[in-house]
Design a protein around this ligand. Structure first.
Ligand SMILES: O=P(O)(O)OC[C@H]1O[C@H](OP(=O)(O)OP(=O)(O)O)[C@H](O)[C@@H]1O
Ligand SMILES: O=C(O)c1cc(=O)[nH]c(=O)[nH]1
Length: 239
């Protein structure tokens, strides 16, 4: 891929896409998903373990948030919340990057995260970081697959008195939920769309599958692009 801009996606998204591909976080081939579908691409946020890659993803989350400021629906929040485990480093990295990019507004932005198992000694509880009570919370995580982890995070935050105002993920695969009868030819909504409807909150992403395909055009392998387009045609959500 070229160093930055793409005609289809803004430069910060193209930079993030390039970092994800070069760093081996976004891979092309044949991968089995949680849903058992065989996908021609896979995004593993657990592979953002190098400082330059962490910086790339934190910058992209931060810029996605900052971009909403000039939109009709700016994100306004007090705390970035990262669901354990992978969300922890993503939310804390994003807080650090926001403070660097927009110090006046975000110089003292807070973050917090949950423990997977409640701690029964010391300070106890299952939330670490900024107290959530009465605060507006933006959840930062890697991907939505079924939406289960996001629903659990929303429940935990609400139990602590926090107000979830949105979810930000790195990738929206734009794919439909599996049909209950297993017939994948039927139109079905996406997990992201269902969360938007159920909780009435925005769910934003740095990249979508459309962005990946657009960003690869003229740069990636023709064969990969064709397989991604076929996968999109087969599994695209109805919403
Ligand atoms: O259920 P969904 O909302 O669609 O999300 C799927 C989540 O599952 C995975 O995390 P997991 O809960 O397994 O925790 P981990 O970060 O410890 O891997 C993955 O990283 C997603 O965040
Ligand atoms: O659906 C999944 O299981 C899945 C897809 C993907 O791209 N990345 C991920 O971590 N999980």
């Amino acid at each position: 891929m070229g160093s930055s801009s793409s005609p289809e996606i803004p430069p910060y998204k193209a930079d993030f896409l390039k970092a994800a591909i070069d760093g081996g976080v976004l891979k092309f081939g044949s991968f089995e998903l949680k849903s058992k579908r065989i996908s021609p691409y896979f995004f593993n946020a657990g592979d953002f373990y190098r400082a330059d890659l962490l910086r790339a993803i934190s910058t992209a989350y931060a810029k996605t948030i900052l971009e909403t400021e000039s939109s009709s629906a700016p994100l306004e929040f007090d705390i970035l919340f990262g669901p354990a485990y992978k969300g922890i480093v993503l939310a804390s990295g994003t807080a650090d990057k926001l403070a660097e990019l927009a110090p006046q507004k975000y110089g003292k932005i807070c973050y917090s995260f949950d423990r997977k198992e409640a701690k029964d000694h010391g300070e106890g509880g299952n939330i670490v970081g900024a107290p959530l009570k009465g605060k507006r919370i933006l959840i930062v995580d890697d991907v939505v697959t079924a939406g289960t982890a996001k629903r659990e995070a929303i429940d935990k935050i609400r139990k602590e008195g926090g107000i979830v105002v949105g979810i930000l993920v790195a990738l929206d695969r734009m794919e439909k939920l599996p049909s209950p009868d297993g017939d994948d030819t039927k139109p079905m909504p996406s997990a992201i769309g269902e969360i938007r409807k159920e909780y009435g909150i925005p769910v934003l992403s740095i990249l979508t599958l459309d962005d990946i395909i657009g960003g690869l055009k003229g740069r990636g392998s023709e064969e990969d692009i064709k397989r991604l387009e076929e996968y999109r045609a087969k599994y695209k959500a109805s919403d």
